[in-house]
Design a protein around this ligand. Sequence first.
Ligand code: TRP
Length: 375
Amino acid sequence: MGKIILTGDRPTGRLHIGHYVGSLRRRVELQNSGNFDEIYVFIADAQALTDNIDNPEKVRQNVIEVALDYLSAGLDPDKTTIFIQSQIPELCELSFYFMDLVTVSRLQRNPTVKTEVKMRGFNESIPVGFFTYPISQAADITAFKATTVPAGEDQEPMIEQAREIVRKFNSIYGEVLVEPEIMLPDNSACMRLPGTDGKAKMSKSLGNCIYLSDSSEEVWAKVKGMFTDPGHLQVSDPGKVEGNCVFTYLDAFCKPEHFEKYGDRFVGKKVSFEFHDLDQVKEQYRKGGLGDMMIKQFLYAVLEDTLAPIRERRAKYEQDIPAVYKMLQEGTAKARAKAAQTLEEVRKAMKINYFDDEELISEQSASFAAKYNKQ
Ligand code: TRP
């Protein structure tokens, strides 16, 4: 059995660096590792509509933004099939069958659904489509027989629910579907990158995101304004590293290469310092004598190391939007063929493949004929 990756994002906004370290960077590495037989990355527009039903324009505009973010981050359509969820009707069909395998109370217990219902203030008026999106997500994954789902830890309950559905399906109908496994980020800073204001999560509504599509000036302005240690007032004061987002971001983005690249000596706009690794920087900050402006300039340089090439690639793709749509259309056609094949197996296993089942027709005609041949 092949190793198959599937993952995706809701197109409700441009992707930010939290998406990047939480899953996008990993996808590109996995894509280039050569260890996977098939890789699908999709834009979950139908899922985005489950809580944006009155805002279709927002979803529509963000489909292209997310596609641009994918391409500029390094997803390569020759290696990764990139597609749009709503254009694959087989996913709806599979969700409909899966609905018989899940109870209302099981959905109510899904922790991600619980938190999101609260967050969106749905109270008693939860749209059914929103409530059941874990089922549709299970269909997204299983229609492609995905073995591996690279995603953030907030997606764990979704994958668990998908695994349960697969077990239930296979125990009733036979081994058709594949139990997926989540692949979490390997670095804890990447699990959930905080917002630039120090709040637990980057989110568009909190205005605390650094976007992959931000200009270099925007990135610097956001880094300059970042939350650090409120008790670190003077350069000479001892500072806290824990809960200080500049250091959390450095944990997520800074690699040994950065110290090699800057020749152990970082020269920023107005500052310079010498360190050999991130632990030394932290130690100095804890002791005192390292100013916020210095570490922010270092972080900015480290971030730009990742973001500048992404920005350059994005500019190229933005100049040929029809080509991006063509890529999406081709990816969608390829993905649909795969989903259609799984659905054929699913219908057969569920005994709803009437017209292409010659055995069914011949056996039934023989048994009805017997009724008339008996004298
Ligand atoms: N729920 C995911 C998110 O909010 C998007 C998504 C939809 C997804 N279907 C998926 C992720 C299947 C992984 C696998 O980001």
